[in-house]
Design a protein around this ligand. Structure first.
Ligand code: GLV
Ligand code: MG
Length: 368
C-alpha cells in the first residue's frame, strides 16, 4: 500500500514530467521461461538471436554470477545485443545489480537511454521493502522522461531476503510498474540462515515420517517407516502468490541450480505452477523445455476446462459432469485454464495445434 500522505489519484501519474503514463493493468504476456544469459560471455551472447521466438523471455544478467571484473563488459554487451537484435515476440528483461552495489546506478543510467525502448522488464534483486521500489520507480521515470520513452519499463522484484518476505504485500503494491515477483531461494536461504547449500529445490533432510506401527497398542520403534520429503519453498511461494494476486501482478519460481536433475526441477516448477505461478527461470537451455511444458496447461486439463465452460452455460447453478459437481467456482478455475491456454497458443504454434485438436464437446476424460 502507498503511504497515507499520497493520494490514490497520484498513483497513476508519471513520477517525472514527460515520463510515460503508468499502466493500469499489467499485461499477461507469456513468460513461462525467463532464460538467463551472461552478456559478457561472447559464446552465450552469440546464441541470443537464435533463441528469439523459442523462449518467452530472454534476460541479460548483470548481477550475481557475473564477476566484478566483468560488470562493465556485461552492461555494454547487453546494450550491443539489444541494439542489434530484433526480439519479435520474445520479451527482453535484465537483472540489474543490487541497490546497495556500486554498479546499479550506472546500470540504470546506461541501459534506459540506450535500450529503454527495447527493455520490457527490469528485475531488481534483494528487494527489502517498498522503499527500494520507490527509489527505482522515480529514477526510471526521470530517465524515461530524459530519453523520451513512450512506454513505461516494468519492474520485477526478487524475493530473497527475510525482510523482503515480511514486506511482500507492500512490495507488490509499491508502484504501478510492479510486474511480478520471483523467488530467490539461494540468497533467501543464506539470509534466513537455513542449513542448505543448494540453489532451489528440496532437501532430503526436510521430511515427515509416518507413525510407527502398533502391535497390541505398543509402538514398534524398530520398524521401518515411510518418509516423505517436504517442500522447503511452499510457504514462501504461497505468500508470493497471494501478494501478487492481490495486486494483479505475476509470481514466478526462480533458479533451480541442479541442471542435471531434470526430474526434481520439473517437480519444483510444477508445484509452483499448481499454486499459481506463471513461469520460472531457466539457467540452461534444457530448462526452457521443462518450463514451457510445465507452465502450459495440459491438453487434458484444457479439454476438461472447455467441457465445464460449455456445460455451465450462463455460469449460474450447478451441473454434474463425470459424477463431479461443477458450479460457479469450478467454472472460474476452468476459465483461468482456458484463458491461459489461449494466451499461450497465440505465441506457441505447436501448443496451438495441440489445443485446437480438442473441441469444446470433447469426450476426453480428465483428472482435473
Ligand atoms: C537468485 O537470485 C537466488 O538468490 O536464488
Ligand atoms: Mg540471488
Amino acid at each position: 500500500m502507498t503511504a497515507a500522505s499520497r493520494s490514490p489519484k497520484d498513483f497513476f501519474r508519471p513520477l517525472a514530467v514527460g515520463a510515460p503514463t503508468p499502466l493500469r493493468e499489467i499485461p499477461a504476456r507469456p513468460s513461462r521461461a525467463i532464460h538467463f544469459f551472461d552478456p559478457s560471455n561472447p559464446k552465450m551472447a552469440a546464441k541470443v538471436p537464435d533463441m528469439v521466438g523459442k523462449v518467452d523471455v530472454l534476460l541479460g544478467n548483470l548481477e550475481d554470477a557475473i564477476k566484478a571484473d566483468n560488470k562493465e563488459a556485461a552492461r555494454e554487451g547487453l546494450v550491443r545485443i539489444a541494439q542489434e537484435t530484433d526480439f519479435g515476440p520474445t520479451q527482453l528483461w535484465t537483472r540489474i545489480n543490487a541497490l546497495d552495489s556500486p554498479w546499479v546506478l550506472d546500470d540504470l543510467t546506461t541501459l534506459v537511454p540506450a535500450i529503454g525502448d527495447k527493455l520490457d522488464v527490469i528485475m531488481v534483486p534483494k528487494v527489502q521493502g517498498a522503499e527500494d521500489i520507490h527509489y527505482v520507480d522515480r529514477l526510471l521515470a526521470q530517465l524515461e522522461a530524459k530519453a523520451g520513452l513512450e512506454k513505461p519499463i516494468l519492474v520485477h522484484a526478487i524475493l530473497e531476503t527475510a525482510r523482503g518476505v515480511a514486506n511482500v504485500e507492500e512490495i507488490c503494491g509499491a508502484s504501478p510498474r510492479m510486474q511480478g515477483l520471483s523467488l530467490g531461494p539461494a540468497d533467501l536461504a543464506a539470509d534466513r540462515r537455513m542449513k542448505t547449500t543448494r540453489v532451489g529445490g528440496g532437501h532430503p533432510g526436510y521430511l515427515v515420517r509416518e507413525d510407527p506401527p502398533r502391535i497390541d497398542g505398543v509402538a514398534n520403534l524398530e520398524a521401518s517407516r515411510a518418509t516423505y520429503q517436504q517442500d522447503l519453498w511452499h510457504y514462501t511461494i504461497a505468500r508470493m502468490v497471494d501478494a501478487c494476486a492481490m495486486h494483479g501482478i505475476y509470481p514466478y519460481y526462480g533458479p533451480f541450480g541442479d541442471i542435471s536433475d531434470t526430474t526434481a526441477c520439473e517437480d519444483q516448477f510444477r508445484n509452483a505452477f499448481l499454486l499459481g505461478c506463471v513461469g520460472t527461470w531457466s539457467l540452461h537451455p534444457k530448462q526452457i523445455a521443462i518450463a514451457n511444458r510445465v507452465f502450459s496447461p495440459s491438453v487434458e486439463d484444457v479439454a476438461h476446462a472447455r467441457r465445464v465452460v460449455a456445460a455451465m452455460g450462463d455460469g449460474t447453478g450447478a451441473v454434474m459432469l463425470d459424477g463431479k459437481m461443477e458450479d460457479d467456482a469450478s467454472l472460474k478455475q476452468c476459465l483461468v485454464m482456458v484463458e491461459l491456454a489461449e494466451q499461450l497458443a497465440a505465441v506457441d504454434p505447436e501448443l496451438k495445434q495441440q489445443y485446437d485438436a480438442i473441441g469444446a464437446d470433447s469426450d476426453e476424460q480428465s483428472e482435473a
